[in-house]
Design a protein around this ligand. Structure first.
Ligand code: BDR
Ligand code: CA
Length: 312
């Protein structure tokens, strides 16, 4: 079993990432940490509580994290995620039946990594990288204790917030620079990969046919995501980004990667938040970053469907 800390900003696709991590038998989900991103920290934390409530999961603790990026002003994505950060028209989410822990997310990440066996815990950030950067600064020894950081963020090709930058790295570029700059293994599951994970009508039908609470929840998430992505970015079918990072942790053969040095642009007026991959030469032995390139789409959706089915 892979021990995972899922650092998220739910978020329709973060919600699917949570369900995949919670429902897959090869993952031990140690906890959820929340970070301001798709919406304010209050909204995304409540959304995380609601996802666990829908799934009937009472054993996964939630820790509230950073409310704003290190330097940037708060940027949210209500065009994609609606007025609550996880808005689903015609679907009433339950009142949270699970609590939020007292401890701050960053403190808990550090404590957990210092307590667990070195090399056993994988960090899976699916929002802006603020919490992870703060944790690395609060306790630098965590860097050598983490198994790997498998993050959804960045793009080698086109961005989605700007021509250059993907949302999570655009919102907190300084945090992204810290995370990519630390000497731990980083797998960047960026837009180049996640735009292959499209929730087509055929995919959605698989969840509808489950006939379960979680299956219906996913259908609601996809419907809302489809409408918003069509209006905001012209997609016919929405890209379901965040579970791709979880899928890599479950089975790295589902996601092809290539080792390449990656740096984050902090200064450019047009390019701030861009992840710059240097493909000029073969990566050196000290290269600790990799970029995801190709998704095995069928096996990816099989993993998600199986996890959602298991949750009931
Ligand atoms: C990323 O931005 C957010 O809106 C999604 O949840 C995902 O993590 C995609 O750019
Ligand atoms: Ca996210």
């Amino acid at each position: 079993m892979r021990k995972v800390i899922l650092d998220c900003d739910p978020g329709h696709d973060d919600a699917v990432a949570i369900l995949l991590a919670a429902g897959n038998p090869d993952i031990e989900l140690l906890g959820l940490t929340t970070v301001g991103g798709n919406h304010t920290i209050d909204h995304v934390t409540r959304n995380a509580q609601q996802v666990l409530t829908v799934a009937g999961l009472s054993g996964v603790p939630i820790y509230r994290g950073a409310s704003r990026p290190l330097l940037n002003d708060v940027v949210t994505a209500t065009d994609i995620h609606g007025d609550t950060g996880m808005e689903i028209h015609g679907f009433t989410l339950p009142e949270p039946a699970v609590p939020v822990e007292e401890e701050h997310a960053v403190r808990w990440i550090v404590d957990t990594l210092m307590r667990e066996e070195p090399g056993t815990v994988t960090l899976v950030p699916t929002g802006p990288l603020t919490n992870i950067a703060l944790a690395a600064r609060l306790e630098p020894r965590i860097v050598e204790r983490v198994r790997e950081v498998v993050l959804m963020g960045g793009a080698v090709g086109a961005g989605n917030v700007t021509a250059s930058a993907e949302f999570n790295t655009f919102v907190d570029p300084e945090a992204a620079a810290i995370v990519f700059g630390e000497n731990w293994p980083v797998v960047m599951v960026g837009l180049d990969l996640t735009h292959q994970a499209l929730a087509t009508p055929a995919v959605e039908a698989r969840f509808a046919s489950l006939g379960t609470a979680c299956g219906d929840f996913v259908v609601g998430l996809f419907d809302a995501f489809r409408r918003n992505y069509k209006d905001a970015q012209g997609f016919e079918n929405p890209p379901v980004h965040d579970p791709c990072a979880v899928a890599y942790v479950i089975d790295p053969t589902v996601v092809e990667t290539v080792r390449v040095p990656v740096s984050v642009e902090l200064a450019g007026t047009l390019t701030r938040g861009r992840t710059v991959a240097d493909f000029r030469a073969a990566p050196g032995a000290d290269c600790h970053t990799a970029v995801a390139t190709r998704l095995d789409v069928d096996r990816f959706w099989d993993l998600v469907v199986d996890a959602v089915r298991a949750l009931g």
